[in-house]
Design a protein around this ligand. Structure first.
Ligand code: PGA
Length: 348
């Protein structure tokens, strides 16, 4: 429970003290007895902890110390000890045994009612705080690889409309720069297609990221079907810069198929590559997500090459040990859900 470490009763005590301090017109003897009373209550309130109340409430509800311990993930002697301390502070037995059965005493029933009231109040407070802090005025820091910029804003729009109080920042960088950010724990979530395969990072796939081979629309290979993979080795190839995730996937793919491409140009952006392909500087392999502008589409052809498209998936990643904020968790859920209805426009 959210408030498990708080000694709630202290708050009540402070109010009690403040009220008592207002009674300045008392006779000195009355003052003395009043202070004695305060000191007794002081000990009473200070000695009761939320753990004791939780242990007692669970034991009373289940009528079993063992089941209370299971529910609270503590040992049975811990529950017994908590209830023993609570009984001492109350100064009256809370349970009584009649025959083989254990019942709550009158004092036990009173304590149980109070416990349940306190827990109800705390749960309400918890919801209110989450609401206040979380989705009404939260913050979400996203970092995504360059190629995601073609679809992430589309997915973000409904989320921002739904939660106008959450301020969202989106850092765009290439794959390697993103990994460095992840390593330094600079953002809440990272969106990329090849997350590091280490134990400390959790990644969830949420959308397809097919990589396609492209040529100028008037290229001799443009209308051919089922081209052998080798044809890409015979043509000059334009690739993204070192550190790009797209480049990493392509390199791995060619290596796996024993192909040695002729790289004649390296460019730092998908748009620059598309333009270079249109201008006849070579062929390339890019994410289908980058081909979403009609003007570009009309000037390019997706080649029908064996083994293509290269199938990748966009993943959302975060450090396993990271405590995700409410806006982050909400966005994560939203992303996994919303991406199911998201389709990449088909080229051709
Ligand atoms: P990139 O990454 O934009 O750095 O090429 C793309 C990816 O991770 O697939």
């Amino acid at each position: 429970m959210y408030f498990s470490n708080i000694n709630v009763v202290k708050v009540v005590y402070i109010n009690f003290k403040q009220n008592s301090c207002c009674q300045t017109s008392l006779h000195p003897d009355d003052m003395k007895s009043s202070f004695r009373e305060i000191r007794q209550k002081d000990t009473f309130w200070k000695s009761i902890t939320l753990d004791q109340l939780q242990a007692f409430e669970a034991a009373a509800r289940h009528n079993s110390f063992t089941r209370a311990a299971e529910e609270l993930f503590v040992t049975q002697p811990t529950v017994s000890m908590q209830i023993k301390h609570l009984t001492q502070v109350i100064g009256m037995p809370l349970f009584e045994q009649v025959g083989k059965r254990v019942y709550l005493t009158q004092a036990g029933k009173e304590v149980l009612n109070t416990c349940q009231e306190i827990f109800r109040c705390l749960e309400k407070l918890e919801t209110t705080i989450v609401d206040l802090k979380g989705m009404k005025q939260g913050r979400l820091r996203l970092a995504a690889v360059t190629t995601t910029k073609y679809f992430i804003p589309k997915l973000l729009k409904p989320f921002c409309e739904l939660y106008p109080g959450v301020s969202v920042s989106l850092e765009i960088a290439n794959h390697e720069a993103l990994l460095a950010r992840l390593h330094e724990n600079l953002d809440d979530l990272y969106i990329l297609s090849c997350p590091p395969e280490t134990q400390d990072v959790q990644a969830k796939p949420f959308l397809d990221n097919p990589l396609v081979a492209i040529a100028p629309a008037n290229h001799p290979l443009a209308n051919k079907r089922n081209l052998p993979l080798n044809c890409l080795a015979e043509e000059p190839l334009i690739v993204r810069e070192e550190g790009s995730g797209t480049r990493k996937v392509i390199q791995r793919f060619f290596e796996q198929h024993g192909i040695c491409p002729r790289i004649n140009l390296e460019l730092g952006s998908n748009e620059a590559i598309q333009q270079a392909v249109i201008d006849g500087l070579g062929l390339s392999v890019l994410s289908l997500h980058t081909l979403n502008i009609a003007e570009v589409r009309n000037q390019l052809a997706i080649l029908d090459v064996q083994g293509f498209p290269i199938r990748c998936q966009w993943q959302v990643a975060f450090p396993k040990k990271k405590q995700l904020s409410i806006p982050t968790k909400t966005f994560l859920q939203y992303l996994l859900q919303a991406s199911q209805n998201f389709c990449i426009d088909k080229y051709n």
